[in-house]
Write a protein that binds this ligand. Sequence first.
Ligand code: PMP
Length: 384
Amino acid sequence: LTESGQSVDLNVVLDKLMNDEEIQPQKGCGDPTMFESFWKWMGERGAIVIPAWQTMSYFSDVTNVCWFLEPEFAKEVRRLHNLVGNAVTDDRYIIAGTGSTQLFQSALYALSPSNASEPINVVSAAPYYSSYPAVTDYLQSGLFRWAGDAYAYKGDKYIELVCSPNNPDGSIRAAVLNSDAGKTVHDLAYYWPQYTPISGPADHDIMLFTVSKSSGHAGTRLGWAIVKDRAVAKKMVKFIELNTIGVSKDSQLRAAKLLKVVSDGYELPNTENRNKFFDYGRRLMTMRWKKLQEAVKNSGIFSLPEFPTGTCKFTGESTGTNPAFAWLKCEKEGVEDCASFLRRHRILTRSGRHFGAEPKYVRVSMLDRDETFQLFIERLSSLN
Ligand code: PMP
């Protein structure tokens, strides 16, 4: 009962609280805390010290198109891509960003025509990463606007966002639209060996990566773009200059060290197996997916997408796909809103609605700490 004597359904209150984006701004967002155990094991090897007099200037290398790019960070980015074989970096521009989220916005800015009478349409094939519509439209730009599902798009001018492996459903994707007047941005945040077999070096006009998903350091807020065209690269850099006058050098130095440790794990002689980050990540992800698949089977009321196995050119082995998110479909009769159903059983997920899909679907992070993941499996297994 409330003070005024009205009766209140506790489930309704709970639903409201759990749904309130102000209270839970990033719930189920894929915080990659799973990788903490690896970095704890690496200890001092992953640490850096920055003397107080260093990284004081705004500038890193004024001769570079990306004048705020730390050369050490760029070197380790190129080195890691060469090692893994997941992206072409020769003769490409590297641009640092405050997370790939800032780079995504800089790409929209760079690809939008500056003299158009209307904003250019931004699309992505559903289900798409829920930040794409939100980030595209939050400032109601006159340059670009969100236009929804790429499959349903009819015009010939657009910016298509291609996320592969895709957040939320883990599918391997290529652009859906193919007009000469259209532009694409490839978000390859999850194109790393712990999540998917590496089929070869990607070579698209604009490719986005981030330490959030590669090494797991989301809090460092650092991403990078690999860009073919100089004019596009310059415009992306201009956006970052206007937006934040560059990108934290401290973060770049930290990221350079982290990427170096990952590459060293494979390239230095006599390294122990447990220093190999991608092997560790893949092992853990494979185990988690096995547990999830068993729990889903036991419950009998959910289904998951099927993933192909493929030869990973990095490991040389045939490996499965272990996406960072589970795209869970509720098959239980009478349950239309899977997120609310799971919430009542104390499992927090993000509704398919946010991704341009039906509420029968939810996205669940596979990257949480062991204790949380274990609880999730236990709770899911007990449902039927
Ligand atoms: N792209 C995709 C597909 C993502 O899933 C995420 C993080 N959830 C991002 C970009 C954002 O990455 P960052 O932390 O580098 O801004």
